[in-house]
Design a binder for this molecule. Structure first.
Ligand code: PXP
Length: 253
């Protein structure tokens, strides 16, 4: 086996949208034997293709990933699970029982969101610090999903979380326009600040096959979490085979 170069950035594959597709047909019946696609099967394929981790977001409204999905994915051989969750008591209890390798605190209610769309850590320091401590006590490595804002990075450091995930959504939205470079520069500065404070720096949201090389120019990146673009591309890369298999089943002989 060839050794991975030191500089490689890890890939966390977010499989939420495999569940979105399943729920579009099987909402309320996701446990049915016919329900597809399976997020766990998508996770297994991702790991076979070299994914370094699998991310799922169990939303309080359960709009895509279900608790059964999380348990099934957590049980996959060799998986490093990153569990995205709201900063809410029921989710903390679920995560403490599940004990994933990592948990990423994300905003779900409007009051928790900063202008960048990340978690407002600076605006609720005690609540975040308590959640970080409760998860860390269960052996879970906690990251905070925050915008590229110095005050949020500093608040994340003060919370006791060892990791941040920088929200790349504003950059992704600006991609292809003159505003993209300024967004990239904000991310660059946030990466440098976080690294200087001793935080591990991940990033995610809206990263795709077109903009990822620009994201890769950011310093000190440890891991990128990518979901929508990978699930979307897999529909196209798999379409010929899927149609071909169905055509074969329609043959009369
Ligand atoms: N990181 C976090 C914290 C997320 O909540 C999400 C999903 O919105 C992602 C990364 C992946 O984003 P995308 O599906 O746009 O790649």
């Amino acid at each position: 086996m060839t050794a991975r170069p030191q500089s490689d950035v890890l890939l966390g594959v977010n499989v939420d949208h495999a569940a979105t597709l399943r729920q579009a047909r099987y909402r309320g019946r996701h446990a049915s034997a016919h329900a597809e696609p399976s997020p766990a099967a998508f996770a297994r394929e991702s790991l076979a293709a070299g994914a370094d981790g699998i991310t799922v977001h169990l939303r309080e409204d359960r709009r895509h990933i279900q608790e059964e999905d999380v348990r099934e994915i957590a049980a996959l051989a060799g998986v490093r699970l990153n569990f995205e969750m709201a900063c809410a008591p029921a989710m903390v209890a679920f995560a403490r029982a599940l004990r994933p390798a990592a948990a990423c605190l994300v905003p779900e209610s409007r009051e928790e969101v900063t202008t960048e769309g990340g978690l407002d850590v600076a605006g609720q320091p005690a609540r975040i610090a308590d959640t970080v401590a409760a998860l860390a006590e269960a052996g879970v490595e906690v990251s905070l999903f925050i915008g590229p804002d110095a005050a949020q990075v500093e608040a994340a450091r003060a919370s006791g979380a060892p990791v941040i995930e920088l929200h790349t959504g504003a950059f992704a939205e600006a991609w292809g326009t003159p505003a993209a470079e300024a967004e990239l520069e904000r991310l660059r500065q946030a990466c440098a600040l976080a690294h200087g404070l001793g935080l591990v720096v991940n990033a995610g949201h809206g990263i795709n096959y077109g903009n990822v090389r620009a994201v890769m120019t950011l310093p000190h990146l440890h891991e990128l979490n990518i979901g929508h673009a990978i699930v979307s591309r897999s529909l196209l890369t798999g379409a010929r085979q899927a149609v071909g298999e169905m055509k074969a089943l329609l043959r009369r002989r």
